[in-house]
Design a protein around this ligand. Structure first.
Ligand code: ZN
Length: 153
């Protein structure tokens, strides 16, 4: 397991990621939708790995939907950094993270362009369920109870 940490710019939201393989064996995906292009996002996920996102302050996690409205982008409400994207189905959480927020510039290969907007809604969600993290924890502050989401793999 490869352990990687990351955070938004102001440090309110932190990420702990475990990858099953070395960073060099992944292919980051640069989604070509308007939203991800504007952020320069480069997504990495691993269905054999895990991700834990911790939000240190109440109200600091922004969720944003666009395009087909199926997935929710996770942004810091304070500094605006895009941390990743989540999809929920049947009570399960799937996550893909923006590798740009990881510390120490892990040696991922250059991102390859991806065009999820060309897929049907069903193709898209099947792809996400196959490729994204399944062992996901989104830890919100205590006063944000009700919106805490956790999967146990
Ligand atoms: Zn921030």
């Amino acid at each position: 397991m490869v352990q990687l940490d990351g955070a938004c710019h102001c440090g309110t939201i932190t990420l702990h990621v475990q990858l099953a393989s070395p960073a060099g064996s992944y292919t980051p995906r640069a989604c070509d939708c308007d939203f991800c292009s504007k952020h320069g996002a480069s997504y990495v996920s691993d269905p054999q790995g895990s991700v834990r996102i911790t939000v240190a302050e109440s109200g600091r996690l922004n969720r944003y939907r666009q395009g087909s409205q199926t997935a929710e982008f996770l942004l810091c409400a304070h500094c605006g950094v895009l941390l990743g994207v989540q999809y929920q189905e049947s009570g399960l959480l799937y996550l893909s993270i923006n590798s740009r927020v990881l510390d120490n510039n892990p040696p991922f290969p250059p991102p390859q362009s991806a065009s999820p907007k060309l897929l049907s809604p069903q193709e898209k969600t099947q792809r996400w369920k196959a490729l994204w993290f399944r062992d996901c924890t989104l830890q919100l502050p205590e006063h944000d109870t009700g919106s805490q989401t956790e999967n146990t793999a």
